[in-house]
Design a protein. Structure first.
Length: 557
C-alpha cells in the first residue's frame, strides 16, 4: 500500500471495476472491520463530489429538510405495508424475511457512522461530547448487547434469517441481499473511518436518518411483531426515557453551523445525499418485494442462488434431453427456460405440490436430494408448484411478470462512482512519512485517521518496547498470579487493594515533596494525563462498544 493511486475515470472505468457488480458489498465488508485503514487523497475527493452532486439546497432550512425526510418515510411505509395485504401465511412470512434482510446492512449498523467522532485531541470539546452522548445511546450506554444493532439482530433471529448477521463483515457474503442494499451503510461506514474529513457530512446524514425514523420496509412487520424492540430499531426514538435523538442531533447541527458556517454546504450535502440514497434503496427493495409476490420470481431467484453449486453435481441427470448441469449453468443468468422445462417434467404436478416428486420423494430421508434444500427453499418451491396452472397437458410455467424479470432501478444504474470507490480502496495509498520519533508519533496519533506507514511504525515500536520490557522478567517480577482460580480476577484485585492500603498507611508520615518537585512531576506526566483514557478509544468501534468485553471499557471511556 505504498504507491500512487490511479483511479479509473467516470467515462472509462478500469476493466476490474467494470466487472465488479458488487462494489458496495465489497466496500461494506472492508470498512466495517475495526482494523481497516481508509486512504485519503482522491478517495475523499471522490466521495465529497458524489455527496455534493446529490446534496440539498443550502437555501432550505433544517426544519424543511427534516419535514421532507419525515414525510417521505411515512409515505414509503404505507407503500410497503400495502404489499402484505391478502397474502397467505407462508407468502407473508417470506415477504417479511425479504424486507428485514433487504434493510439489514443499514439496520445492523444503526448509529455506526458516529463511531469515530471523538479522538484524544478533541475528546473534551463540547460538540464532540454531544456527539459521543448521541452515539452512546445508540450502542446502549455501556451495557452488553444493548445497541440498536442488537434489536435489529433480534428481529432477524425471530424471523430465522440471522445466520450471516454477525459480525457485520459477514453480512456482505449473504447473497440473498441485493448489492444495492449495501450502498448507504457502506458509504457512511467509509466516512466514519475518516472523521476529520467528513464530520459535517456525517452529522447531516445522521440528522436525515433520525428524521426517517423506523425503516419504511419494516412497516410490514411492526403491527404483528409486538415482541421486537421497535424503540431501538427506530432511529428517531429515545431510549430508556432519554433525550430525543432528533433534538440531540439537531442541536449538534445548529452548533456546528454557528461555530463553522463554511461547513453548511457539507452538512446539507450529507443530509441530501443520504435522503436520495435511502429513497433509491427503498425503491429497489419495494420493487423486489413486489416482484416476489409472484411465486415464479422467488423460484427464479432461488435457482440463480443455487445454480452454480448445483451444476457441479448433476452432469449425468437428464432433463428434456439435456444434462441438468447445463440447465443449471444457464440459470445463473436466466432461469426461466429451465423452469419451463422443469414444470413440464414428471417431477412436477402443476398446481399440486403434495403430488410432486421434487418436494416429496426426492427430498425425503431416503431420497437422493435429502437436505439439499432448506425448509425455506422447499416453501419457495412448493409455492411455485402450487401456482402453476394444473392441466393434464403439463402446461409450461408462466413467465414472471416484467417486475420479476427486470432488476430494480438501483440495480440497473450504471453510474461508475461506486466502482471507482472500490478501485480507490484497493489502490495503493500515496506514501506518507512515518514518524521520526516519539514526539512526532504523539502528535499524529491525536487524530483517529492514520496511514499504513504510521501503523507499521507503531507496531514496530510496540513490539520492541514489549521485548525490552520482558528482558530478564520472571514470575516474581509480575504481580499477576501464575494460575487463575475459578473465582476469577476479583479476589486477587481485592487483595491488591488491601496491600496498597497498607503501603499508604506505612508511608503516611513521609514528608511531602517540594512545590518544585510536584510541578516538575506534573509537567513530566502531562503527555499521559492530558490523554487519560484515550487508549480505550478503540472500544468506541461499533461492534466492540456493546460487546461482552468491550461494553465496560466503552463505559469507562
Amino acid at each position: 500500500m505504498h504507491g500512487k493511486a490511479v483511479p479509473a475515470t467516470a467515462n472509462a472505468p478500469s476493466r476490474a471495476a467494470a466487472a465488479d457488480g458488487a462494489a458496495f458489498r465489497r466496500l461494506y465488508a472492508r470498512v466495517t472491520d475495526a482494523e481497516s485503514v481508509v486512504p485519503g487523497g482522491e478517495l475523499i475527493d471522490l466521495v465529497r463530489s458524489e455527496l455534493a452532486r446529490s446534496g440539498s439546497d443550502t437555501g432550505q432550512t433544517l426544519d424543511g429538510l427534516i419535514g421532507e425526510a419525515t414525510d417521505w418515510s411515512r409515505a414509503a411505509a404505507e407503500r410497503f405495508q400495502a404489499l402484505g395485504a391478502d397474502l397467505d401465511r407462508d407468502g407473508h412470512r417470506l415477504l417479511l424475511r425479504r424486507a428485514a434482510l433487504g434493510w439489514a446492512p443499514l439496520g445492523l449498523a444503526a448509529g455506526a457512522w458516529l463511531q469515530w467522532l471523538t479522538s484524544p485531541g478533541t475528546g473534551d470539546a463540547p460538540a464532540n461530547l454531544r456527539m459521543l452522548a448521541l452515539y452512546a445511546a445508540d450502542v446502549g450506554v455501556g451495557f452488553p448487547g444493548a445497541a440498536r444493532r442488537n434489536a435489529y439482530l433480534g428481529l432477524l433471529r425471530s424471523l430465522r434469517v440471522s445466520e450471516n448477521a454477525s459480525p457485520l463483515a459477514r453480512l456482505a457474503g449473504d447473497r440473498r441481499i441485493a448489492d444495492a442494499a449495501f450502498e448507504v451503510a457502506g458509504v457512511l461506514a467509509l466516512m466514519s473511518r475518516r472523521p476529520d474529513d467528513f464530520c459535517a457530512e456525517l452529522i447531516g446524514a445522521d440528522l436525515c436518518l433520525r428524521a426517517v425514523g423506523l425503516p419504511p420496509p419494516l412497516a410490514l412487520a411492526r403491527s404483528e411483531r409486538q415482541a421486537d424492540d421497535w424503540t431501538a430499531i427506530d432511529y428517531s426514538a429515545a431510549r430508556d426515557g432519554g433525550l430525543s435523538p432528533i433534538e440531540q442531533c439537531r442541536a449538534i447541527a445548529d452548533a456546528l453551523l454557528v461555530d463553522c458556517p463554511e461547513s453548511a454546504s457539507r452538512l446539507y450535502a450529507g443530509f441530501g445525499w443520504t435522503l436520495t440514497a435511502l429513497r433509491g434503496q427503498a425503491e429497489a427493495l419495494h420493487h423486489e418485494l413486489r416482484a416476489s409476490l409472484d411465486p415464479g420470481y422467488d423460484m427464479a431467484e432461488l435457482m440463480k442462488l443455487r445454480a452454480r453449486e448445483g451444476s457441479v453435481y448433476h452432469r449425468r441427470v437428464m432433463l428434456a434431453g439435456r444434462p441438468l448441469a447445463d440447465w443449471l449453468a444457464d440459470c445463473r443468468d436466466e432461469p426461466q427456460a429451465f423452469l419451463d422445462a422443469l414444470a413440464r417434467s414428471g417431477l412436477i404436478a402443476p398446481g399440486d405440490s403434495d403430488s410432486s416428486a421434487l418436494v416429496t420423494n426426492l427430498v425425503s430421508e431416503r431420497g437422493p436430494m435429502f437436505r439439499v434444500f432448506s425448509p425455506d427453499d422447499l416453501t419457495v418451491i412448493r409455492r411455485w408448484i402450487d401456482a402453476l396452472p394444473g392441466a393434464a397437458g403439463r402446461a409450461a410455467a408462466p413467465a414472471p411478470d416484467s417486475a420479476a424479470r427486470t432488476r430494480a432501478p438501483a440495480e440497473q444504474a450504471t453510474g461508475c462512482w461506486q466502482r471507482l470507490v472500490s478501485d480507490l480502496l484497493d489502490a495503493r495509498s500515496p506514501v506518507s512519512e512515518a514518524p521520526s520519533n516519539l514526539r512526532g508519533a504523539y502528535h499524529v496519533l491525536m487524530a483517529r485517521t492514520g496511514s499504513p506507514e504510521l501503523r507499521d511504525w507503531c507496531l514496530q515500536y510496540i513490539r520492541g518496547w514489549l521485548w525490552r520490557s520482558s528482558y530478564r522478567m520472571d514470575a516474581r517480577a509480575v504481580p499477576l498470579p501464575l494460575e487463575w482460580k475459578a473465582e476469577g480476577l476479583r479476589p486477587w484485585l481485592l487483595t491488591q487493594h488491601e496491600k496498597h492500603a497498607e503501603e499508604f498507611d506505612d508511608t503516611a508520615d513521609t514528608p511531602l515533596p517540594s512545590r518544585e518537585a510536584v510541578v516538575d512531576d506534573a509537567v513530566q506526566v502531562a503527555p499521559l494525563t492530558l490523554i487519560d483514557g484515550s487508549w480505550l478509544q478503540g472500544f468506541t468501534d461499533y461492534e466492540l462498544a456493546s460487546s461482552d468485553i468491550g461494553h465496560s471499557l466503552f463505559a469507562i471511556y
